[in-house]
Design a protein around this ligand. Sequence first.
Ligand code: HEC
Ligand code: HEC
Length: 386
Amino acid sequence: MSRTSTFATSLFLLAAAFVVAGCPKPPEPGDPIDGLTDEQRQMFEDGRPIFERTFNPETGLGPLFNAASCASCHAEEASGGAGAISEIHASEELPNGFCDPLADKGGPVYQQQVTQALRDALGIDSEPIPDGASQGTRTTPDVFGFGLLDAVPNETLLEMADPDDEDGDGISGRVGRFFDGRIARFGRKALIPTLAEFNEGAFQIEQGVTTPNVPDEGTVGGDPIPDGVDPLPEPEVTAEEVAAVDAFVRFLAPPARERVSGPAERGERLFGQIGCAACHVPTLRTGDNPVDALADKEVRAYTDLLLHDMGPELADICLGAATASEFRTEPLMGLRFMNRFLHDGRASSIEEAINLHGGEAERSRNAFQGLSPTDRRALMEFLNSL
Ligand code: HEC
Ligand code: HEC
């Protein structure tokens, strides 16, 4: 027997041994988490085609929208992933310091597309953004593992927050808040409290598809939608369809780590030593949850879900509790699948994203820039394994 075929045989035996031992294979992007009941698994499978459904004006799309399906934005690697489409958010900081989300002028999300009926009625191609508003571009992030992030208790966020930097490490961290004061964690400005609200809201905000809890088409920059432009009765999807999409997103597995090499292990230690892990907290633990598969689990997401001041260079709009320069720590799980970085995609490599960290992250960025070439390679190997 040749050496290669001996090698091939032993690989085969090894693989067979794994199968016999029932060793679970790591999830691929788009797979559900382990441990779901048959009923939960069925909800996940029922939700996927609705997440992928392309709406048209006859089935509820518009009159204002950013894209025709969740999956046309959350597209890459699998449905639920990141994607190439960006959108525009806007707000205005008033002289008294209040952050106006421009809710009475169509904000804070300004849709970039309109149906033919609205174009014919108003002669516009996108929702007009009020003069004087600040604008921010938002790339489409992936949502793999976000059911676990939703299951992390609010108390954990409050424990990690250090708004007055009492420990003096230069890193504060504040909890995000919705307009009604509730603690929030979703979206780059940590504005939305729960995954369920984000998922349901996205139908109306991104696709112009109304739902039982968001039954209003909204306005065109504050003006009413002209009569006859969207004659379909609200809501345009049912509570069951919304619940299925919520289950699909909630049960998407976090991206599996790649096998970690020696240098990557050293890179992870350096990640802690130079202060990256102060914000990109490696592991969070979920609390009680009605879904067993989400209860009391570790999620290696590399985020604290808190807002941090990232300095003037990255600043764009205020929103909710976040000032213009504050952003929620972006989870780094799945980083190896990304091809553009930071909230507006301005960085085309991981190094570039780190070099653009300022504000609370300045000290850590400087430490990164001071690493020896070998250490820097080890850190990059670690980041590329996520
Ligand atoms: C036009 C593209 C687009 C469409 C369509 C879209 N999304 Fe998104 N999604 C985004 C962008 C951009 C963000 C980031 C928003 C932000 O940072 O504030 C986002 C964020 C999210 C988040 C929160 C992620 C985080 O980092 O906190 C969830 C959950 C989500 N989308 C679910 C959905 C669901 C469910 C649908 C369909 C009902 C949908 N999205 C449709 C572009 C889109
Ligand atoms: C003070 C908190 C803080 C520290 C310290 C910090 N980061 Fe970040 N990091 C953030 C925030 C907030 C974002 C999102 C910024 C944005 O979207 O503009 C981010 C984004 C990133 C991104 C881009 C992720 C993506 O998908 O867009 C990478 C990569 C990253 N950080 C790596 C690092 C590394 C490596 C270190 C250590 C050298 C570090 N960070 C230190 C808060 C921090």
